[in-house]
Design a protein around this ligand. Structure first.
Ligand code: NAD
Ligand code: UFG
Length: 346
């Protein structure tokens, strides 16, 4: 039997989950993945195995299936921790289909927490989002900024999930939870074997940019140039997905090695630097060596003007800092798009 610590990663074949599986295995953890493949492909686990030289154990199952989750835990004793990525994440779809989001994101969390508590698992990391801040009054935004009314049912599931986790930790002193509030994850593993795999037309900026450069889309639409920002386009904090993945390893290490009786801990995960949409385009053109076709159009309803992270808490408490640059992240996203489409990259 392996003496490595074993971590359950839900949603582990998805975008951030798959990169985190790589980071966990490279840090010496064993990994078991639960995923229902509702937004990912079965070959992703093979690719993770290829990168790491060993494959995570994979269980195809839906976390909404309470009995299935019970059975999973009865068959997987000795788990040391859980990282919970599995959720539906399309903001626009959540406005059209709110109950799907409440059922999946909240129902799955409750089923998982029941399994965690019944099996005495003490360490859990949760995927939250900077959407909980809305448009912050002060920038960079700290973890203590007020939580604004959610702009979408998806955003609301993240707020409610944090509350469910905080309440559960308070009621169960043996459980410790870290909630990680991601800013905008982008990029891909340096091998270009795993990356972001949007289904249909991408909602997010970077896959739209790379698909446009790859010829799948005519042109990018830049949503608004009349914001009160340095060039009129919106500002976000884009973080390389491998930096994000490594932060999960550090958070899990902390939970497993540094017991504290504090309430649930929350950390912003960003670079600490805001970048505009037009700056992203300029950086992409530089690293890809291609001109990007784009036009400036009207604002996208629901977009906030600008947000970037105050990362001091993650820097000081977790000892984690984002190391990779925007250029690195965009170059890796482009290599991934080229590998997917069989295009000769730069
Ligand atoms: P993703 O869709 O690529 O990955 C989620 C995975 O969970 C998918 O593989 C999907 O098949 C699986 N899944 C969904 N519902 C499930 C269920 N009921 N049972 C089992 N598996 C299920 O998304 P991602 O970008 O990797 O996001 C991971 C997490 O991070 C999500 O919780 C998301 O809300 C959060 N997050 C993402 C972003 C972002 O911009 N990508 C930003 C902030 C927070
Ligand atoms: N944008 C465009 N054109 C596009 C797509 C996006 O100009 O075709 C702009 C948006 O207006 C925004 C920026 O690019 O200014 C980033 O947009 P994304 O859709 O990539 O990301 P968001 O900041 O809107 O939201 C994302 C996720 C959320 C998550 C949030 C914070 O979609 O789920 O990051 O992590 F909560």
């Amino acid at each position: 039997m392996s003496d490595k610590k074993k971590i359950l990663v839900t949603g582990g074949s998805g975008y951030i989950g798959s990169h985190t599986c790589v980071a966990l295995m490279e840090a010496g953890y064993d990994v078991v993945v639960i995923d229902n493949l509702s937004n990912s492909e079965p070959w992703v686990m093979d690719r993770v195995g290829e990168i790491c030289g060993r494959k995570p154990e994979f269980c195809e199952m839906d976390l909404q299936d309470r009995e299935g989750v019970r059975k999973f835990f009865s068959e997987h004793k000795g788990l040391d921790g859980v990282i919970h990525f599995a959720a539906s994440k399309a903001v626009g779809d959540s406005v059209a289909n709110p109950l799907k989001y409440y059922r999946n994101n909240l129902g799955s969390l409750v089923n998982l927490l029941e399994g965690v508590l019944e099996n005495g698992i003490q360490s859990m990391v949760f995927s939250s989002s900077c959407t909980v801040y809305g448009q912050p009054d002060e920038l960079p935004v700290t973890e203590d900024a007020p939580i604004k009314r959610a702009e979408s049912p998806y955003g609301n599931t993240k707020q409610i999930s944090e509350e469910i986790l905080a309440d559960t930790q308070e009621a169960c002193p043996n459980l410790q939870v870290i909630a990680l509030r991601y800013f905008n994850p982008i990029g891909a593993h340096s091998s270009a074997r795993i990356g972001e795999l949007p289904r249909g037309v991408p909602d997010n900026l970077i896959p739209y940019v790379t698909q446009t450069a790859a010829g799948l889309r005519d042109k990018l639409r830049v949503f608004g140039s009349d914001y009160a920002t340095r060039d009129g386009s919106c500002i976000r904090d884009y973080i390389h997905v491998m930096d994000l993945a490594e932060a999960h390893v550090v958070a899990m290490d902390r939970l497993l090695n540094h017991w504290n009786s504090e309430p649930m801990e929350v950390f912003n995960l960003g670079t600490g630097t805001g970048v505009s949409v037009l700056e992203v385009i300029a950086s992409f053109e530089k690293v890809s060596g291609r001109k990007l076709a784009y036009e400036i159009t009207t604002r996208r309803p629901g977009d906030i003007e600008q947000v970037w992270a105050d990362t001091r808490r993650a820097n000081e408490v977790l000892g984690w800092t984002a190391k990779r640059s925007l250029d690195d992240a965009l170059a890796s996203a482009w290599r991934w798009e080229c590998a997917l489409r069989g295009i000769e990259g730069n």
